[in-house]
Design a protein around this ligand. Sequence first.
Ligand code: SF4
Length: 254
Amino acid sequence: MTSPLEENSVVPGRAVQSAAAAETPAWPAAAALNESLRDASPAEVISAALRTVGRDRLALVSSFGTESAALLKVMADVDPAIPVIFLDTGWLFEETLAYRDTLIAALGLKDVRSIPPSEDALKREDPDRELWFTDPDSCCRIRKVEPLARALQPFAAWINGRKRFQGGLRADLPMVEDDGARLKFNPFANASREDIEAIYASAKLPPHPLVASGFRSVGCMPCTSRGQAGEDARAGRWRGRAKTECGIHTMKIS
Ligand code: SF4
């Protein structure tokens, strides 16, 4: 069956909100894309994202965390040169930095961009590196949200690895959503934990080094703890706080 995307048909949409708008064709609106990709496989979603915004306007955002290799593997099979944005917050585990390098080599990723926070923002707002404790939302803003907004400037769409089974704010995740001036593709929205494990097994993907130590979800050092039996995988993030998301998925980046 030929999808509306494959035919490049005109679905009510919008143009790129940038200086390049005059030369950039409109693309389908997020709702129309979501409808056409509702039952698509992760590889089909990534391929559709490429077709929709074009080869130079698409990026994938990865934390190189405990489940990240699955999405990176699917992406690499579609196109290993899709830019991968990695937010190097300055608080990451050494094991995560090593895992990034392991996966770059194992999957042949051609364009992984490690994005640090702004030095000015760190000096101004977190000179003593205590912001994670006193105001974690502000810490995530200067170390993740603002750097991602800068890194995404050249792109018209981004891909990420959230899944509905992660629950919380992710339970109703669409396959494609509107992120302000950009489209946001969630190829694993429909995936189950078993689907992710199957990709690891079939591709023989190396696990994140901290999985063996009991970490089920890995973010920044001060805000990550080991999971307990029976807990949700993300329960070890910001333990003891109401916070469950860093902000890159709860506000429009553009
Ligand atoms: S996860 Fe913690 S250390 Fe990392 S940016 Fe957010 S508050 Fe800061």
